[in-house]
Design a protein. Structure first.
Length: 648
């Protein structure tokens, strides 16, 4: 009977999660970039800066990089990327070259041919890759980075200033601004220069203007007004007094140092930490300086086995995974007094933030109470991790003394971070200044601001409704609901910023709207349901390509994935009172495919930077199906076996 199969699947997932919990109460699963950006940048950094004692780490990373090269010689940032990714392929070649691979080796010759086929370095549109090329001497400074270091000196009363950019952007921009000013070129004397190798140099050559020039694309992009002033600053900065430049450099250095976590990493991100190391060296720090050593030691703790080698995670996902799993287990029937739930609760409670960070700049109050993504993150909380953590600890109010106070502080922090437009962003409040999008900077529209988005707003509403007990009768909830209605795409779905992509956003929006009491027959909900029914695959599952993130329109995948099917099932469950055919087919697909190692489970469903960074959460194929099946079983109860068996 189908009911027994659903129960068995849920029991199997619960048993696996209970078995894999760590002694301290956390769950530690890998958070794996589907590309190799962090791996490549670490390898090249170790080589260019001549850092000793890291040969084994380089060897393991290089092994993974080689293993991810495709048969056509290129590298891809997600499996079904059609032509290969020029930025990833150039990074792969440079990393393997600095790891000791000869350009005459067959895999390297193949890669060089792929770079030629993809158009060479002039086709690179990743700012990270452009900086890597400049650091290694293959691209000019700073024409491709049109923001002057002078930005750090602009007061926060000016129309455009450093803190207009998102927190994620700022911790990368601070070291990048230093590098753009210092214009360093690093070289390992033991690694031959590519220009000395026939047929290779031109593939990496820059087409940028000479050093010190200001990119002419400014005039093509900018409106009249405040950005004209910034352009003038950029031009005048070249001739600014040395004392003024030193003041800006000191400010950038202080900004970085003040945001170094206990493990030595900058904001707990691998990529920002790598650029910080380069920046500190360019400022005169020795490679044996404690800040440099601690930063690299911190990065090494992010290493996890992957494939035949090791991967440098962007950060760790321990708090996120632990909170989500604890909530999923409780929804599956594991009681809040169970030792596993109690241990997880204490772990999550211990990770609540108690320091004021940049998030307080625009918040309605500066009382800490949020949670971050990583276990070493203490100053950069975010909305999604906070609501996930609150779901995990709210049921523990009566069993763990400090849970009630922590939940109250977390809820207050969350409410104080709601944007003026009614939605929620990721890290900061009201961080969506329109001027930023006019700056001719790759990825500015995707990463330089932190606007309200459907996935975070929907997830916040789901917590507020299902856990905290708020409804759409409250004004602040009504504002969030209205924001979601306004953000819905004309054909029905919502775009999710931090997952792939329209299935993710639609799931978050529908579960959030349902949780706060929106009627199931509301036109917006009906339209979203029709969209989900339209994209359901013939096998009953759901699958969406990462290319949706680039096209900004739904792009189907050629197979279903366990994670996206779970999201779709959960969304449909939330807005139906009885199981329909689509719900039954999605349930059947999950039960039939759960636990089978394949592309169903391995496809990356985490998103970070459109077209460049996608991630595979090792925990996702376990806890999202558990949550979806548990919700369906609890809501539909005995209807499932009767309908499914009659249908069969």
């Amino acid at each position: 009977m189908m009911k027994e199969r659903i129960d068995a699947c849920i029991d199997s997932l619960v048993d696996r999660l209970l078995d894999e919990q760590q002694e301290d109460g956390a769950w530690r699963y890998r958070f794996v970039e589907s590309g190799m950006m962090t791996d490549c940048h670490f390898v090249v950094m170790i080589s260019l800066l001549g850092i000793t004692g890291r040969a084994e780490e380089v060897r393991k990373l290089a092994k993974r990089i080689r293993g991810r090269q495709d048969q056509d010689g290129a590298w891809r940032v997600y499996p079904d990327e059609k032509e290969g990714n020029i930025s990833a392929t150039i990074e792969g070649v440079l990393a393997l070259f600095h790891a000791g691979d000869s350009l005459d080796a067959p895999h390297m010759r193949q890669a060089l041919h792929a770079i030629e086929r993809l158009g060479g370095a002039k086709r690179v549109n990743s700012l990270m890759t452009k900086f890597l090329l400049a650091l290694a001497g293959y691209k000019s400074w700073p024409a491709f980075f049109p923001i002057p270091l002078a930005l750090l000196l602009l007061p926060q009363s000016s129309p455009l200033h450093f803190f207009r950019f998102s927190g994620y952007a700022r911790v990368h921009m601070a070291p990048m601004l230093v590098l753009g000013e210092r214009k360093p070129r690093f070289a390992n004397p033991n690694v031959p220069q590519l220009e000395s190798l026939k047929g290779s140099r031109w593939l990496f050559a820059s087409t940028s203007a000479d050093d010190g020039a200001i990119d002419e694309s400014w005039s093509a992009h900018l409106p009249r007004g405040p950005l004209d002033t910034l352009q003038e600053w950029a031009s005048a900065w070249i001739h600014a007094p040395k004392m003024l430049k030193q003041r800006a450099l000191d400010k950038a250095e202080s900004y970085m140092r003040e945001r170094i976590e206990a493990d030595g990493t900058l904001y707990s991100y691998a990529s920002s930490t790598i650029f910080m190391v380069y920046a500190l060296v360019s400022l005169g720090y020795d490679q044996d300086d404690p800040l440099i050593r601690q930063a690299i030691d911190g990065l090494v703790t992010f290493f996890v086995p992957d494939g035949h080698g090791h991967h440098l995670q962007t950060t760790t996902s321990t708090v996120w995974d632990t909170a989500l799993i604890s909530h999923a287990l409780q929804d599956a029937g594991v009681g809040h007094t169970h030792p596993a739930i109690m241990k997880a609760g204490r772990y999550v409670l211990g990770k609540q933030h108690n320091r004021v960070g940049d998030w307080a700049l625009e918040a309605e109050h500066d009382i800490p109470g949020g949670w971050g993504f990583s276990h070493i993150n203490t100053i950069n909380p975010d909305i999604d991790d906070t609501t996930a953590s609150l779901r995990a600890i709210e049921p523990l109010r009566g069993t763990i003394h400090e849970a009630g106070d922590a939940a109250d502080r977390g809820l207050n922090w969350l409410l104080g971070m709601q944007n003026s437009d009614g939605g929620w962003g990721a890290f900061e409040r009201n961080n969506n200044h329109p001027l930023i999008k006019w700056i001719p900077l790759e990825g500015a529209d995707a990463a330089a601001t932190d606007p309200s988005c459907a996935d975070l707003t929907g997830r916040a509403l789901e917590y507020l409704g299902n856990t905290a007990g708020f409804t759409n009768q409250l004004p602040f909830v009504q504002r969030a609901v209205q924001w979601l209605h306004n953000d819905q795409k004309p054909d029905g779905p919502w775009y999710g910023r931090w997952g792939v992509c329209f299935i993710y956003g639609t799931w978050a929006a529908l579960t959030g709207l349902a949780a706060v009491g929106e009627k199931h027959d509301h036109p917006a909900i009906r339209k979203a349901v029709q969209w989900l029914l339209k994209i359901q695959r013939p096998d009953g599952g759901f699958g969406e390509s990462c290319s949706s993130d680039i096209a900004m329109a739904y792009e189907p995948l050629n197979h279903s994935t366990i994670v996206q099917t779970a999201w779709a099932l959960d969304a449909l469950t939330a807005v139906h009172d009885k199981p329909n055919e689509a719900i039954m087919r999605a349930t059947e697909w999950i039960v039939a495919n759960q636990g089978r190692p394949s592309a169903h489970a391995d496809y990356p469903t985490g998103a970070a930077l459109p077209g460049h960074v996608y991630s595979r959460y090792e925990s996702y194929p376990i806890h999202w199906p558990l949550l979806a099946l548990s919700h369906a079983r609890r809501k539909f109860g005995k209807l499932f076996p009767e309908i499914l068996e009659n249908d069969a």
